[in-house]
Design a protein around this ligand. Sequence first.
Ligand SMILES: Cc1cc2nc3c(=O)[nH]c(=O)nc-3n(C[C@H](O)[C@H](O)[C@H](O)COP(=O)(O)OP(=O)(O)OC[C@H]3O[C@@H](n4cnc5c(N)ncnc54)[C@H](O)[C@@H]3O)c2cc1C
Length: 540
Amino acid sequence: MPSKTISKEALEELQDAVGEKNASADPGLLQVYSYMNSLGNAVIGVWWVPAVAVTLPSTTEEVQAILRICKKHGYKVRPHSSAWIVAALAMSSDVVLMDLRRMDNLIEINERDGYAVVEPYCSAGEQQVEIMKKGLNSHVNGAGPNASNLASATSVQGSGGTSQSMSNSERNHLGAELCLPNGEEILYIGSPGTPEAGYFCGDGPGPSLRGMLRGAIGNGGAYGVFTKCGMKCYPWNSEPFHCEGSPPFFNAKPLPNYSLRIAFWPDYDSECDALYRIGEAELVDFCTRFGAGVFEETCSVTNEEYMSMVDSQLYRNTFPKGCWTFSIAAGHPEEHDFRLKALEHIVEDTNGIIIDPADLGHDANQVTFQTAIRGAYVFKAAYMPTGAWSCFPPMSYETIDNLCKLTMPINVDIKKELIAKEAIEDDFYDNVYMSTDEHSHFGHNESPYSVELWEPKGQDLEGVVKATLEGWKKKIPIIYSPIPTEGDGFGVYASYLIKIYHMMDPERVMDAPQAMFGIVRKLDDIDELEIEKAPGKVPA
Ligand SMILES: Cc1cc2nc3c(=O)[nH]c(=O)nc-3n(C[C@H](O)[C@H](O)[C@H](O)COP(=O)(O)OP(=O)(O)OC[C@H]3O[C@@H](n4cnc5c(N)ncnc54)[C@H](O)[C@@H]3O)c2cc1C
């Protein structure tokens, strides 16, 4: 998409607001900010729309000044925190990127009330290291410790292996500071809206503003710029996690009253039954599924080593189907032993096999340990062994039954088909990622794949189209939402989203083409919402 250039006047105003070094329209720099190999790149490519300028604010006031300048000169604003997904880059042609990396403070740790207040570029790992010293722990979503906790809680999805015991990021959001797109007002969500109250509650009283602004998977930067967020912390019964040595394996010190186990089942029915029972008994702290492919990708350091692991079939023979990793982090030895015995009993009773990852050797054990505490495996697995990766649909939030019995078989069949054609990397097809929430009957799945698009047979679109059609046939949400995908359900939901969008950003300052998706689906509802009265244009 062709990009405009920024006017000299607007650039000077931005530089006056944040300092000359912190606002730039240098063409080389803009190119750097338009390249990303991340989730979805297999489908869309690695080059994205170049922005017209990049800004690096360091305070809430500077964020507001950038919003005002952009509004005045007709540019759009796209905020990003740690920019781990493409939706953090410009999505239209006249965008000023707001890279929030200078706002990286862990502002407060409130031990008594169990929360931390963070800025956008404070990573989940950084927060975890500091709060563990005070006997607290927090959820690290599956993107890993490098991603921004604030972005996860306010603007994106937020699930991961520790969702089982520490919930998804959206539920750990205990209030936030949001700079509205007009650059004039600040909206406090939850308890920080009451002076001196602190960040102890993300909502209320009354209807859920937090829910309205983020829903299940976040608003993706459509409603303004979040500059502070309260994050819920949970008790950490053990010593702070300590590791020495070099990545990716490290030498982490074993923790007292802490165990790891890997389990797998012969079929989806028994896997599903076991997960319900493990959840209902509230036995495990970390709970995530993946397969042999992830072990190959994380336990190798080079692609050569990866290929020899594939050839050896070591992990493929060990895990003929996907497997679950569980951790138990108990408060005292009796509790630990009880939870471990109960877990072993349930796995055996449902015809599963349970192993101690220590039996897989030092590297696999360390990777499992890092993953269970810090969600650390994903980024390495995602970027090895090819140049691009993504996830095939359906990718949803559903009951464990639906995930295991409807969604996962589609995921696996599509992968088998494309692997047989050598269109995508052979990662032993059942590498389906799943995590479950709050010891409940609900979870999330993704079916990652790696592809080399410049290889003659390399392609993934066939898989995306087929998987989407298969999902639709079975009425499974294609991407995340448990919203009804037929009848009026989706239309009504989309209409409300549009209504909220018009209310939050009537002057269209934010770069948010995704906020318009709903319009395409059900135009009839729009009249009812009187959108024509809102300023700005709605695409036909
Ligand atoms: C390999 C990989 C694995 C992943 N696995 C998971 C997973 O298991 N679970 C999961 O939940 N997510 C996952 N993700 C998606 C995403 O990276 C995470 O949700 C991450 O926590 C988001 O944080 P971020 O700093 O990367 O956000 P960014 O990439 O910086 O931004 C994400 C979106 O939020 C908006 N945004 C960011 N900061 C702000 C702000 N301060 N104010 C307003 N809008 C803002 C951006 O405009 C963008 O639309 C994964 C991504 C990758 C690349």
